[in-house]
Design a protein around this ligand. Structure first.
Ligand SMILES: C[S@@+](CC[C@H](N)C(=O)[O-])C[C@H]1O[C@@H](n2cnc3c(N)ncnc32)[C@H](O)[C@@H]1O
Length: 387
């Protein structure tokens, strides 16, 4: 779809979830409107509607036709398709996984749309870039006259103490061009081009190629986890030790009340403490961080349901027992609250869950979402200097 000067870009948000792409677009500050969002999940759509006042189209993306898409006169597509076909925990069936069908099918429609999108943005897990779905995506984009630049980036590179490396594909249809055309057809591991490093010479290009080993060097410039917490202490429920003057968010209180209503919690903060039985059984597999840590692990949709590999736990014990030798039981371990996970995903303060969304659903929806601190600068770069 061609665009008139000064008109806002018309965006379609596929696999919208709780709206991470839309928040990123807002944060990027580009002149764009989301003309429709699409998600099959009722609960995700409740949250999206609660925050944006618009309910996404609730159907299977696989059933959309070229005529349906023509009807939106959109010129930008944002897509964050399911990642299970490519995750290490999954069976890695890639394009053979039913959850990958809708993504390939929607891309296959591009040549059949009377005015195809000018820009495309795809987010997925690391591992996608070596999948056969990726090969097919690149083949369709090439056939449809798109030029691509790909990135693997993590919030750690943007000052956020959160390790969530993700794959991103930015695509522009000719004659549109990227700000830095030297990076066409490359996979980059550095955010430098997003910060206006326009004239990439060979030296910079080598640096951009560095795989993840070098991520540690970004840690020093990250804020401590403490800046993302809404409360610190899990041991003394009568006197919660709030960080700064912040009170618990309406979100957290909502989740607590709702779960108390189900009779599964006796004291306000109990549901965030890690039970001793879990510590005894899984202690050695837990990723434990402290308020002054500069890194925590990726929160997945199974956080709070399973311990291993689903996200970090917070030790809120006194600094003097912050050493490995001290018993885990003394370290006062707790889960990050949904609001804290939202903060680490850089969702805005205004983001809220409707009351009826349970604690587990909140974690699941957040685990599926994305880092706005990473996606916003990528979108700004994608939209820049488009001709
Ligand atoms: C990785 S999540 C994307 C989350 C989103 N970016 C956010 O910020 O919350 C994938 C989303 O795609 C939705 N989904 C998966 N398959 C779908 C399909 N065939 N049609 C419509 N939505 C689908 C899921 O319900 C889920 O919300």
């Amino acid at each position: 779809m061609e665009k008139q000067e000064e008109q806002p870009w018309r965006v379609l948000e596929f696999y919208s979830g709780i709206g991470g792409m839309r928040y990123s677009l807002m944060k990027a500050g580009v002149n764009a409107i989301v003309v429709e969002a699409f998600d099959i999940n009722d609960t995700a759509n409740d949250v999206y509607q609660h925050n944006f006042g618009h309910r996404p189209y609730q159907g299977n993306i696989q059933s959309l036709t070229a005529a349906d898409l023509d009807g939106y006169s959109a010129n930008v597509w944002l897509l964050s398709p399911p990642c299970q076909p490519y995750t290490r925990q999954g069976l890695q069936k890639q394009s053979g996984d039913a959850r990958a069908f809708s993504f390939l099918q929607i891309l296959e429609l591009i040549p059949h749309i009377s005015q195809p999108p000018i820009m495309l943005f795809v987010e997925n897990v690391v591992g996608f870039e070596t999948s056969d779905t990726h090969t097919k995506m690149m083949e369709i984009l090439g056939r449809s006259d798109f030029v691509t630049q790909e990135f693997i980036l993590t919030p750690l590179q943007f000052g956020v103490p959160y390790s969530r490396p993700r794959y991103f594909c930015l695509a522009k249809r000719k004659p549109s061009t990227f700000q830095n055309q030297l990076l066409n057809n490359q996979l980059l591991w550095s955010p430098k081009p997003l910060f206006g490093h326009k004239n990439a010479d060979d030296k910079v290009l080598c640096e951009l190629d560095e795989p993840q080993g070098s991520w540690d060097k970004w840690l020093e410039s990250c804020q401590p986890i403490e800046s993302f917490l809404e409360f610190k202490n899990c041991s003394d429920h009568s006197e919660p030790n709030f960080v700064g003057s912040t009170n618990l968010s309406a979100d957290t209180i909502g989740a607590l009340e709702e779960d108390e209503g189900n009779g599964c919690c006796t004291s306000t903060f109990d549901q965030y403490s890690v039970p001793l039985s879990l510590i005894e059984r899984w202690g050695s597999a837990m990723d434990i961080v402290y308020p002054d840590s500069k890194r925590c692990c990726c929160f997945t949709k199974s956080y709070y349901r399973y311990v291993k590999g689903t996200g970090s736990l917070l030790a809120t014990g006194q600094p003097k027992i912050q050493d490995k030798a001290s018993s885990l039981k003394e370290q006062c371990l707790r889960y990050f609250t949904p609001r804290e996970v939202a903060n680490l995903h850089s969702l805005p303060e205004s983001f809220q869950f409707p009351q009826h969304i349970s604690l587990r659903q909140r974690y699941a929806l957040l685990g599926n979402s994305l880092s706005i601190s990473v996606v916003a600068p990528l979108l700004r770069y994608l939209f820049a200097e488009s001709s």
